[in-house]
Design a protein around this ligand. Structure first.
Ligand code: TEU
Ligand code: CA
Length: 561
């Protein structure tokens, strides 16, 4: 049994800052237009320069890429697109030699349809691997066994003619859900996780972990909106905590790991069942409530508008639910969502100020911050003009669905420009060289047209860049435990567009004030004299008291004198 953080008050995984790499779009090294592991190695100093502690690497395993690697065909190998196992071992040692850690993305809810388990399972009804997945007879009147829909549109069941049964897939039909009721499945995943930890990996990002315990009555979902179906039908199944405790006992407890669960369906009411410090389950999860904030009842492309009021209430509600027991990771974008400066900031006139404000938000909250590749240089949403330029299966599936509903492709593309996952999957812009220095070949997906202006090289040449602000904000967080574990409390009585909250620890009081608006704002600070520790409008150090004006998209971090 590994004793976590011998004697340290705050575990390392709470104090850490995570940087997520989506390997396909990070850096190509061999001119095939696809990011790869040697490419990542060549850019580690860019990441290390920020002062981050942990790299989360999205899937790099053999896969037909139906869902860009989240459909794994071999859990103990490296996709040739990304390199070799020697490359991986080299990456791991290069990360460790810089004092950083590596957690790898692992998908325990489903495999690729090309995984040997599924090839066996689908071959015959009495095959020993049949029960590695969920196979059901057609409904009495014919058709799928129930009304469950995939996250990516369409039924969550596909009929297999060779054996006359349907199989379950909560995502694409190329991602059949595995059956955790089967102890052979559990043992197989136990061995896979230990294989990577024995190589020296420092933990896992666990894809859709709340989904692995299924409701075995397979009743129809009674909910009209998909979010309730996720929460009360797909997630939080009867044996979910039994399975995660088993993983903790059989795997996690033997290593000094970080376990980060992706938590669709986890709610404030049950987050501490997954992350409570007395639960022996996961270190933390990241929830999606603010990421789903403008999703429609049907799907994300049937979107509404988000409001700062709703955004702030989500942060309040989750922080209160965690109390002193649970823990979460906090980010405002990743490979599944639009670029945060476009979605929650202002990627026009106040691009730089709002990117820094959003960095301030995630780096002053009570949770392990997650930074998604490219956000540290302010990368923005992209607006490809042809559906053929899009790569994400979710977008392409919903395109067909929206055409069936009578929308034109042009109408649907407007929704994709705002909500599509490919916004986050355009190649990282390294320089003003062709393709932003990402590749010397033909990139697998288009490069953002602003790469000549927005790129890492320009950021390093600009003392006022978003990159250096991330570096300084990360350093400020690391130097001040109050920003990690201090009590969070939102200030009331602020103007509508101001998100202001305090962080308190052992007599220290800090104030974070974020002006989510392109206009100025007048606020009255709580009594006392407040010293600026960092702000996105210039040098820090000034003293503030009483009535204070905030510039458009100004963020301030103040410490009470
Ligand atoms: O994401 C699950 C998930 O919640 C996302 O699919 C998200 O809800 C949706 O894309 C929002 O539109 C994980 C991975 O992060 C994602 O990349 C995979 O596609 C998915 O699981 C299946 O593995
Ligand atoms: Ca490559």
């Amino acid at each position: 049994m590994h004793q976590e953080n011998e004697g340290k008050l705050t575990p390392w995984w709470k104090e850490s800052v995570i940087y997520q790499i989506y390997p396909r779009s990070f850096q190509d090294s061999n001119g095939d237009g696809i990011g790869d592991i040697p490419g990542i190695i060549s850019r580690l100093d860019h990441i290390h320069g920020l002062g981050v502690d942990v790299i989360w690497l999205s899937p790099f395993y053999p896969s037909p890429n139906a869902d860009m690697g989240y459909d794994i065909a071999d859990y103990k190998n490296i996709h040739t697109d990304y390199g070799t196992m020697e490359d991986f071992d080299h990456l791991l040692s290069e990360i460790h030699s810089r004092g950083m850690k590596l957690i790898i993305d692992i998908v325990l809810n489903h495999t690729s349809e090309t995984h040997p388990w599924f090839i066996e399972s689908r071959s015959s009804i009495d095959n020993p691997y049949r029960r590695y997945y969920f196979w059901k007879d057609p409904a009495p009147g014919g058709g799928p066994p129930n009304n469950w829909q995939s996250f990516f549109g369409g039924p969550a069941w596909t009929f297999d003619h060779s054996t006359g049964q349907y199989y379950l897939h909560l995502f694409t039909k190329e991602q059949p859900d595995v059956n955790w009721e089967n102890e052979h499945v559990r043992q197989a995943y136990r061995d896979i996780l230990r294989f990577w930890l024995d190589k020296g990996v420092d933990g896992f990002r666990l894809d859709v972990i709340p989904l692995i315990s299924k409701r075995l009555d397979f009743k129809d979902t009674p909910y009209a909106d998909f979010q309730h179906t996720i929460q009360y039908v797909y997630s939080n199944g009867d044996r979910i905590h039994e399975y995660i405790k088993w993983l903790h006992h059989e795997v996690f407890s033997d290593y000094p790991v970080m376990t980060l669960g992706e938590g669709p369906g986890i709610m404030p009411s049950n987050v501490n069942l997954y992350t409570g410090n007395d639960r022996s389950e996961l270190n933390m999860i990241y929830h999606l409530d603010h990421m789903f904030i403008d999703f429609g009842d049907g799907d994300k492309f049937d979107h509404g508008e988000w409001t700062l009021e709703k955004f702030m209430k989500i942060f309040d509600e989750w922080d209160e639910a965690l109390g002193d027991s649970g823990w979460i990771s906090i980010s405002l974008d990743n490979h599944d969502f639009p670029r945060m400066v476009s979605r929650f900031g202002n990627d026009g006139e106040y691009w730089k100020q709002s990117a820094k404000l959003l960095a301030t938000c995630i780096l002053t909250m009570r949770g392990t911050p997650g930074i998604y590749q490219g956000s540290e240089i302010g990368m923005k949403n992209v607006a490809f003009q042809r559906i053929e330029d899009y790569r994400d299966v979710e977008t392409l599936n919903f395109h067909r669905k929206y055409l069936d509903k009578g929308f034109t492709t042009e109408e649907f593309l407007k929704r994709v420009h705002r909500q599509g996952r490919d916004n986050a999957r355009t190649p990282v812009q390294w320089s003003d060289a062709p393709n932003g220095g990402f590749t010397t070949g033909e990139p697998w997906i288009g490069v953002h047209p602003e790469y000549r202006e927005i790129n890492a090289a320009n950021a390093l040449d600009d003392p006022d860049s978003i990159y250096y602000y991330y570096r300084d904000m990360i350093a400020l967080r690391k130097q001040n435990p109050v920003l990690v574990t201090g009590v969070y409390k939102r200030l009331s009585g602020m103007p509508d567009n101001i998100f202001a909250y305090s962080r308190q620890l052992e007599g220290e009081i800090w104030l974070v004030v974020l002006n989510f608006y392109e206009g100025t704002a007048q606020i009255v600070l709580p009594p006392g004299v407040w010293k600026s520790k960092i702000n996105n409008y210039g040098p820090s150090g000034e003293l503030y008291r009483g009535s204070t004006q905030l510039e458009p998209w100004q963020s301030m971090v103040l410490k009470k004198n």
